[in-house]
Design a binder for this molecule. Structure first.
Ligand SMILES: [Zn+2]
Length: 403
């Protein structure tokens, strides 16, 4: 079921609504106007005094569209082309090699197909990362909201940021930002320059952090497979001195951790590093299926929650995942961390992703929210049982109601 939302004031009635910011509502309704939600609550309350159009969606639940806070749409042509190599750097080397073998047409058609599947999987907002920008026109012609992070890779630090973005070119549909790839592929001064630029325009800032053991070894001692990779790529600065710190402490020393910093992966982050992230109010982004594919280990998600961190979910690219599905990522959280309550997993997949990407009015159902909703048919007798099912496996049918 795919419904375009009416422009005029309209009530949509459903068996259950999951507002995310509040407990689920039974026999519920939303009142929308011009793509925005004016009210959400019990049906009888919402309809009081309302004389406009009413649409009863029947035995369904409404959820906000999901947020994929970390993807690389431009790498979609790499699906099934890479296998776990047993080494993180080995996988990167294979990725660099195979990337050159794919035609420009295939990159575009695969990216378009990936976006189509992401839509069918219930995603409404994407934090997309890319070195080429090929996905930007595809995102513009799609129904998604997006933050596009132009990803910078330059360990020698010679990049002139003016070549990427002269000013903030965001529009209501796509926020344009910059992101350093990782602490081991971007020089410290360049990372600080990117952070300064995103701070100036109040944009989200995102980077891969503490993903592999190789990264930890490199930042601590300046040695190992990452050093060899940088040398091979002609990216080794002869005057480099290893910071001698863990990845998170290194970023803190560079002064780039704050509430607008999205730290992707954090598989190697210690409790001490997570406590520092919580103090800085940084935003973790989990990509558990990618971590499993690459065999880099899993982040301490329960500890993050204990510390008050609000992790969001990402798929990473189809070079390390077989689908761009946040339902599948929720199921991974449930599988690996069964003690985390279902309503917290739903927040990771919606509201916390929208907050990390700094998009207001997204990731919840309530007054002022964008009317971008998922329609999930259900025969469950209570919303709690349904939510348990939603975070455990992808629903058989995912309908959409959007403006
Ligand atoms: Zn990534």
């Amino acid at each position: 079921m795919e419904l375009r939302i009416s422009k005029g004031p309209t009530i949509y009635r459903a068996k259950y609504i999951f507002p995310v910011t509040d407990p689920p509502i039974e026999n519920a309704a939303v009142l929308t106007k011009e793509g925005e939600i004016l009210e959400c609550g019990p049906y009888e309350q919402v309809r009081k005094g309302f004389l406009g159009e009413e649409i009863d969606l029947g035995e369904v639940a409404l959820l906000p569209a999901l947020v994929n806070a970390h993807a690389h749409i431009e790498l979609s042509a790499l699906k099934w082309r890479l296998t776990p190599s047993g080494s993180f750097v080995g996988w990167i080397k294979n990725l660099i090699r195979i990337r050159q073998e794919i035609s420009a047409e295939e990159y575009v058609s695969s990216a378009r197909q990936a976006l189509k599947e992401a839509w069918q999987n219930g995603i409404g907002l994407i934090g997309d990362h890319g070195n080429t920008g090929l996905s930007v026109p595809l995102l513009r012609e799609s129904p998604f909201l997006a933050v596009f992070f132009r990803e910078v890779i330059d360990f020698k630090g010679h990049t002139n940021l003016k070549d990427f973005l002269k000013e903030n070119l965001s529009d209501p549909k796509i926020t344009m930002s910059l992101a350093p790839h990782a602490p081991y592929t971007v020089s410290p001064i360049l990372m600080q320059a990117i952070k300064g630029w995103t701070q100036k325009y109040k944009l989200p800032f995102s980077l891969h952090v503490a993903e592999s053991q190789e990264e930890v070894e490199f930042l601590r001692f300046g040695r190992g497979p990452i050093k060899e990779l940088l040398e091979e790529r002609g990216q080794w600065p002869s005057n480099f001195v290893a910071p001698g710190l863990s990845p998170v402490h290194y970023l803190d020393r560079l002064n780039i951790l704050d509430e607008d910093t999205i730290c992707v992966h954090l598989c190697q982050a210690t409790e001490d590093e997570l406590a520092l992230l919580a103090k800085k109010r940084a935003k973790p982004c989990l990509c558990l299926r990618s971590n499993t594919f690459l065999g880099v280990g899993l982040p301490k998600v329960e500890k993050m929650l204990d510390l008050g961190l609000k992790p969001c979910l990402g798929t990473d690219s189809l070079a390390s995942n077989d689908q761009l599905s946040i339902f599948a990522e929720m199921a991974a959280v449930r599988q690996f961390f069964p003690k985390i309550p279902a309503e917290v997993i739903l927040k990771m997949a919606t509201l916390w992703g929208a907050k990390a990407l700094k998009r207001n009015g997204v990731g919840f159902i309530g007054q002022g929210a964008r009317a971008d909703l998922l329609i999930i048919p259900t025969e469950k007798k209570d919303p709690k049982a349904l939510l348990e099912e939603i975070v455990t496996k992808t629903p058989a049918q995912i309908g959409r109601l959007y403006g």
